[in-house]
Write a protein that binds this ligand. Structure first.
Ligand code: ATP
Ligand code: MG
Length: 396
């Protein structure tokens, strides 16, 4: 029996003239993902994207399961039905229902059939199809009864342009908007729990994500960088399958700060450097916003006052999708997207190598500036950016 994946999208169907553009974007992303799972034809019709496996002798069989799991991570898709395909006549629909549906209804006590007929030339209307197929289900899935109000499971029959599709229960998709439909942002990616979650959340709103990671070799290790690249790979599964990670060294900046400035201000000064450098990297790579994993009050550098001192270093908006979330909520998302276990691996971060014993939680800009003047801010930023290199990562 031939199966197919029917992807339904949500918010984007509202977007009028842009609809086709968004649909093409989704198709393109699904095609990139499909490369890994074999031969599929991906096309759209009637506000649905079809992912159809193509079986050719001598070619490996397409992996529908793998493709389904991967498509469930594509933003913009609200639900995916894995359906059996058959010809558009009642005899083959009934036969397909008898063959395909019983395993889904095992252990279920009640059901109803929902028919949808977007091909209006089909001789029966939706009610008639539902009634007739309801009878077929009763005949092949006993013991079970019909409950139209509150069924445990719905059997769906969709009569569409290219055929009839039969399924029972669909999978919840990732939701959100297609990546690429809402600009490009630069994610400040550390090895922690929060920034991969921030990247995921902003990608969900349709933003293409590039990452910037600060290292501080030899105070941070190659293993620490490797961990960040692995995190980037995980985030990538949600951001279109590939991502650039720019890496900038803050070693000189940190050494200069330690040599010249009051310890209490290290973290704040370092974060001002980070924001300023990130702003320039964003400029270079055409990113309209910075994205961080900051959450209000989580640590000394994330109080309102501390953010107030670092935020103005960026000339573009800084999005902080985790700002109002508790650590527990962030961890829940981190587990869901599969980054948590990697995030908690114990490697040092450049922010933690010279941590002040008494960081300022209510910094005054005046005093921060006095400290900052003790180093050559512009020259250190230039030097850091000159040494930048980029790693291209891809979803595994
Ligand atoms: P995370 O769990 O993401 O590391 P955090 O709670 O540890 O966050 P901070 O270390 O204060 O918080 O960092 C706040 C944000 O600054 C991070 O979420 C990230 O966006 C950015 N950031 C911190 N360290 C780095 C780094 N080494 N490279 C790039 N960005 C960083
Ligand atoms: Mg961290």
């Amino acid at each position: 029996m031939k199966e197919i994946l029917l992807c339904k999208y949500g918010e984007i169907v509202l977007k009028g003239a842009n609809k086709k553009y968004f649909e093409d974007m989704l198709c393109r992303q699904l095609r990139i993902k499909a490369r890994k799972y074999g031969d599929f034809e991906i096309y759209r019709a009637q506000s649905t994207i079809y992912i159809e496996p193509i079986y050719t002798e001598g070619r490996p069989e397409p992996d529908i399961d793998g493709m389904l799991q991967s498509a469930l991570k594509v933003f913009g898709i609200v639900a995916i039905a894995r359906a059996a395909v058959c010809e558009k006549n009642m005899a083959s629909i009934a036969e397909t229902v008898r063959e395909y549906i019983p395993p889904f209804l095992k252990d279920k006590r009640t059901f109803k059939v929902v028919a949808k007929r977007s091909d209006k030339s089909f001789p029966l209307d939706s009610m008639e199809i539902a009634t007739e197929i309801g009878g077929v289900v009763l005949g092949c899935c006993q013991p079970i009864r019909v409950d139209v109000r509150n069924p445990e499971i719905e059997v769906k029959v969709e009569i569409r342009e290219f055929g009839a599709y039969i399924h029972a229960g669909q999978f919840k998709g990732a939701g959100g908007m297609p990546v690429g439909s809402n600009g490009r942002g630069l994610l400040l990616l550390s090895g922690g729990i929060d920034s991969p979650v921030a990247g995921y959340m902003i990608a969900k709103r349709g933003v293409t994500v590039e990452a910037l990671h600060f290292e501080s070799f030899p105070y941070t290790s190659e293993l620490a960088r490797d961990k960040v690249l692995r995190l980037a790979k995980i985030v990538c599964a949600y951001t279109g399958g590939e991502m650039k990670v720019h890496v900038v060294s803050l070693t000189r900046v940190q050494e200069e700060l330690v040599k010249n400035c009051e310890e209490d201000y290290f973290t704040l000064l370092l974060r001002r450097f980070m924001m300023s450098i990130a702003d320039r990297v964003a400029e270079k790579y055409n990113c309209g916003a910075l994205i961080t994993g900051e959450s209000l009050g989580q640590v000394a550098s994330q109080t309102m006052e501390a953010i107030g001192v670092t935020d103005p270093m960026s000339s573009r908006p800084v999005f902080r999708p985790c700002i109002g979330m508790d650590k527990e909520e962030i961890i829940t998302i981190s587990r869901k997207i599969g980054s948590f276990d990697t995030s908690i691996e114990p490697y040092e971060d450049c922010c933690t190598v010279f941590t002040p014993r008494h960081p300022r939680t209510r910094p005054e800009l005046k005093k921060v500036l006095i400290q900052e003047e003790k180093v050559d801010f512009a020259a250190l930023c230039d030097e850091a950016i000159e040494g930048m290199y980029t790693v291209n990562v891809r979803e595994d």
